[in-house]
Design a binder for this molecule. Structure first.
Ligand code: 5GP
Ligand code: ZN
Length: 132
């Protein structure tokens, strides 16, 4: 059983922010910023690609509501809703989850930076991503 499945089963303690039939939201143990929360399905899926659509919908729907609730209650100026899919993308726990990370200022202990790769031929990129 994965670590989040153990949390869902109550075998590992957690700080529950929200729970319903399909979804559990808990405080992230690392608290990247104050209020950092993880939203996960109760049904195990390794990641967003592998999960069935209903599972993803349930999580996104809960994440939307919790993003509003957490941002309002913490007084944050905004929030990042983040999903890491695969080890290469920084996923460390292979049970689908969405991070809700309240944002207070530029000095928050999180850096999300969109750099640039070398110049790309967008028509080639388009064909590739469309699978043509
Ligand atoms: P990932 O890197 O997979 O996107 O995110 C995994 C997150 O799970 C990390 O932010 C990490 O702090 C959190 N985490 C790992 N183990 C535990 C745990 O046992 N309890 C809680 N609440 N969070 C955990
Ligand atoms: Zn699991």
């Amino acid at each position: 059983m994965c670590i989040f499945c153990k949390i869902i089963a109550g075998e590992i303690p957690s700080k529950k922010v929200y729970e319903d039939e399909n979804v559990l939201a808990i405080l992230d143990i690392s608290q990247v910023t104050f209020g950092h929360t993880l939203v996960m399905p109760k049904k195990h899926a390794d990641n967003i690609i592998q999960a069935d659509e209903e599972t993803v919908k349930n999580c996104i729907s809960a994440a939307k509501k919790l993003a509003a609730q957490i941002t309002a209650n913490t007084g944050a100026a905004g929030c990042n809703i983040l999903n890491n899919c695969g080890e290469a993308a920084g996923q460390t726990v292979n049970h689908l989850h969405f991070h809700i990370i309240p944002r207070y200022s530029d000095n928050d202990s999180i850096v999300i930076k969109f750099g640039e790769s070398e110049k790309q031929d967008l028509d080639k990129v388009l064909k590739t991503v469309r699978g043509e």
